[in-house]
Design a protein around this ligand. Structure first.
Ligand SMILES: *Cc1c(COP(=O)(O)O)cnc(C)c1O
Length: 404
């Protein structure tokens, strides 16, 4: 060897124009500038240049552009988790003295962030009834800066009247942000809720836990924020730069690799979940099935209005639903039912290959009354990619043993 420095500074450059099914993975903290003049010229905000790993690489820009297209927006930003995406929207857009409105069935940690950090910083919160647009409207005040929407909400799966709620926010000039993890950009278009009137009605911002469907593997944590508004995109990016919440290129690669199969996975998990949800409606142990695509489920008509279209006459839904088990069962029986499932594993999250089960106490989650929900034990089922017959048999064997 001539000198060790040649292992670091080598003149060889591989030929350009390498084409393959997946884009290359670029990793960097340091980005190298060709000359001092280009330091000032490069504009990472407009994605026309690279300055530092945290501000973007070809790998992160590629995923951002694909996610913006997926969700129907024009700008996207990556953060380390779905929860980080929610937090980022709040931190970038709320000021001391502002109020934020959350649906009472919102993803739990969103409520916790509002109750603790936002509250400490002088930002107040109100929880609105996700089943009532009137309730949301009554809670709006001149201090309301941001309304969060989730369609459907977590655990109890009520689908809100998105059209009415977004319309109400639009009328009063209040920002609305949607947690789009369930729809994933596939079930409905958050930025074009009225497909025959493009741009007429849509949310301002979406937050998406890429951890779920876009990753599809149960092995990546990542989140994204998408918008069509240049002013919001700029505010979100500047806060991102100041907070330093970047993502690793290897994780981005995993999401890029899983995106091509996302639509197929979503549809397969939707089919399987609906079949199992319908089967659950016929089981004596089950008092209520909470799946927005099932007639009679809370918010079913609202789901129909935005998720059923000419291209999807049966509508689209994520592969996740909850069941309310009859209140006559003891907690021990319900736990034994969950423990003795063989294919459904006990764990949080969803959208991966393995079916998951989790129990919830409704009273601990909700502040407002829930007359549309049967009382009983809530169990959430997240459907993976196993065969639906095997999953049904698994539910059946454990129900037969413990819920008689
Ligand atoms: C999982 C989830 C999140 C949070 O995503 P993480 O990547 O786990 O932080 C946010 N919202 C909804 C609706 C989710 O299901």
């Amino acid at each position: 060897m001539k000198r060790p420095t040649d292992l670091i500074h080598h003149p060889y450059q591989p030929p350009a124009d390498f084409q393959a099914p997946q884009p290359g993975v670029f990793k960097a903290s340091t980005v190298i500038f060709p000359d001092v003049a280009s330091i000032a010229q490069r504009d990472w905000m407009q994605k026309t240049g690279y300055t530092y790993g945290l501000h973007g690489t070809p790998t992160t820009f590629t995923l951002e552009e694909r996610l913006a297209s997926l969700e129907g927006g024009t700008h996207a930003l990556l953060v380390p988790s779905g929860l980080a995406a929610i937090a980022h929207v709040n931190l970038a857009l709320l000021n001391q003295g502002d109020e934020v409105l959350l649906p009472d069935n919102v993803y739990g940690p969103n409520k916790a962030l509002a109750a603790h950090e936002l509250n400490r910083w002088g930002i107040t919160t109100q929880h609105y009834d996700p089943m009532s647009c009137d309730d949301l409207v009554q809670r709006l005040s001149p201090r309301t800066r941001l309304v969060w929407l989730e369609a459907p909400g977590s655990v109890s799966m009520e689908f809100p009247d998105l059209l009415a709620m977004v319309g109400a926010c639009r009328e009063r000039g209040v920002l609305c942000a949607l947690d789009n993890t369930w729809g994933a950009g596939l079930a409905f278009n958050a930025f074009d809720l009225l497909p025959d009137q493009p741009g007429a009605l849509g949310v301002d911002i979406t937050a998406h836990a890429l951890t779920k469907y876009p990753s599809g593997g149960g092995d990546v944590l990542m989140g994204s924020i998408v918008t069509r508004r240049d002013d919001l995109a700029q505010a979100l990016k500047l806060t991102h730069m100041r907070l330093g919440t970047g993502v690793g290129a290897n994780d981005v690669e995993l999401v890029l690799r899983a995106l091509p199969s996302m639509d197929l996975r979503y549809r397969a998990q939707d089919q399987a979940a609906r079949e199992l949800a319908r089967w659950c409606t016929k089981q004596a142990a089950v008092a209520q099935v909470l799946h927005p695509a099932l007639p009679g489920a809370p918010g079913h008509d609202h789901w129909k209005r935005v998720c059923v279209s000419a291209q999807a006459p049966e509508g689209l839904a994520a592969g996740i639903f909850s069941i309310v088990l009859n209140e006559r069962f003891t907690t021990q029986q319900v736990h034994a039912f969950c423990d003795d499932l063989q294919l459904f594993k006990l764990g949080y999250s969803w959208g991966g290959p393995i079916s998951l089960v989790m129990t919830y106490q409704m009273a601990a989650i909700r502040r407002l009354a829930t007359p549309h929900l049967q009382s009983g034990h809530v169990v959430r089922l997240c459907i993976g990619l196993e065969s639906v017959e095997d999953l049904r048999a698994d539910l059946q064997q454990s129900m037969a043993r413990h819920l008689r």
